[in-house]
Design a protein around this ligand. Structure first.
Ligand code: ATP
Ligand code: MG
Length: 223
């Protein structure tokens, strides 16, 4: 489904030039779970942002179902991302002035699809276990609840690939476990899942996950 080859991002900072991501090859197949661990600054978010078409690589290719994404114009990439990719950014990403239900419905309106969305959004909220919080605002939620909203939002357009950047960062172990179980369910439904986790959490990545380690912009497999 997703295949990246030689993916590289060069950054320049006050005269310093370095590769935040350095020649990464990665494939993710339908229904598969891939976990990436690595120290802060090793290039994990930069890699995910390139795979989601949010950031243009300096070199390399991203193919989705055989199509060369980077050959497309920005508007086409946006359309592709909005329909095929669910993205959970690192950290807090909910819009503070929208309630939970509206946060979840937002990507649907961006994709300008027809049909009844409120029911779908409510079903996604129920799927992630927070149907009762639909009318609440982000400031009224716990960290774990906010992550569930971000997950429901990422799933609203029924993506083929879910990309999640530290979806359980700073959550307690029990909540982390619950969210990991949700990822396993989502993959079981056929959606590919690509996530960045902390080292300690890699061990509780959903069963069957392929685990990679990122260091200095390079990605290496782990057994
Ligand atoms: N826009 C930018 N310009 C210059 N350097 C950047 C830019 N964005 C990120 N970097 C640098 O690139 C490297 C990789 O950053 P990245 O955010 O991908 O790391 P990360 O592995 O996600 O870290 P964390 O675990 O803290 O989220 C870091 O050294 C960071 O300082
Ligand atoms: Mg990061």
């Amino acid at each position: 489904m997703l295949a990246a080859t030689g993916l590289t991002k060069e950054y320049r900072r006050r005269g310093e030039v370095f590769n935040a991501v350095d020649g990464v090859d990665l494939t993710v197949a339908k229904g598969e779970i891939v976990s990436i661990v690595g120290r802060s600054g090793s290039g994990k978010s930069t890699l995910l942002n390139m795979l989601a078409g949010l950031l243009r690589p300096t070199a390399g290719a991203v193919r989705f179902d055989g199509q060369d994404i980077l050959g497309w114009r920005d508007a086409e990439i946006s359309r592709w991302r909005n329909t095929k990719i669910g993205y959970m950014p690192q950290g807090q990403s909910l819009l503070a002035n929208l309630n939970v239900l509206d946060n979840v419905r937002l990507p649907f309106f961006l994709a300008r699809r027809d049909g009844e969305i409120t029911e779908k959004a409510s079903a996604r909220l129920a799927q992630v276990g927070i149907a009762h919080l639909a009318a609440n605002f982000p400031a009224e939620l716990s960290g774990g609840e906010a992550r569930r909203v971000a997950l429901a939002r990422a799933l609203i357009n029924a993506p083929e690939l879910l990309i999640a950047d530290e979806p359980t960062g700073d959550l307690d172990l029990a909540t982390t476990n619950e969210i990991m179980k949700l990822f396993a369910q989502i993959a079981g439904d056929g959606t590919a899942v690509l996530l960045v986790t902390h080292e300690a959490e890699a061990v509780i990545s959903p069963t069957g996950a392929r685990i990679y380690e990122m260091a200095g912009g390079k990605l290496a497999g782990r057994d």
